[in-house]
Design a protein around this ligand. Structure first.
Ligand code: COA
Length: 97
């Protein structure tokens, strides 16, 4: 918050095994002022307090600037691939048979 104005968002979760960070965004007019860093630090602090040993997140491979941001905060690419499956109306049709 900046006064009454919302200038950034972040979500974090901990499932008892790993923490996840989602939906980080800072108002475009206020970027590069350390707000993103503070939002991530807030989640890191909260999850550390819950005993979370590692925080994961996903970045679209096309977003080099977002990767640069996280790398500046000490995040590194893990040697994994990310798999996903839609369960909603956009799910692929189940093959017949
Ligand atoms: C990514 C984002 C949250 C960063 O927020 P921010 O408040 O601007 O980040 P900070 O000011 O804390 O930046 C900290 C450091 O990260 C790095 N960094 C931040 N933005 C960067 C960019 N566009 N390119 C390269 N490095 C960047 C810099 O090292 C920066 O330090 P510096 O400003 O002293 O050089 C913001 O750019 C954003 O909202 N992007 C769009 C939403 C998005 O893609 N979110 C991620 C979803 S996974």
């Amino acid at each position: 918050m900046l006064g009454e104005r919302i200038v950034g968002t972040v979500m974090g979760g901990y499932d008892g095994h790993r923490g996840w960070l989602y939906s980080l965004a800072v108002d475009e007019s206020l970027r590069r002022h350390g707000i993103g860093t503070r939002l991530v630090a807030h989640v890191e602090h909260a999850l550390t307090g819950l005993g979370c040993p590692k925080l994961n997140l996903q970045v679209l491979s096309t977003k080099a600037e977002v990767r640069a941001f996280y790398e500046a905060l000490g995040y590194r690419a893990d040697a994994v691939i990310s798999l996903g499956k839609r369960l909603d109306a956009l799910a692929d049709p189940v093959p017949a048979g």
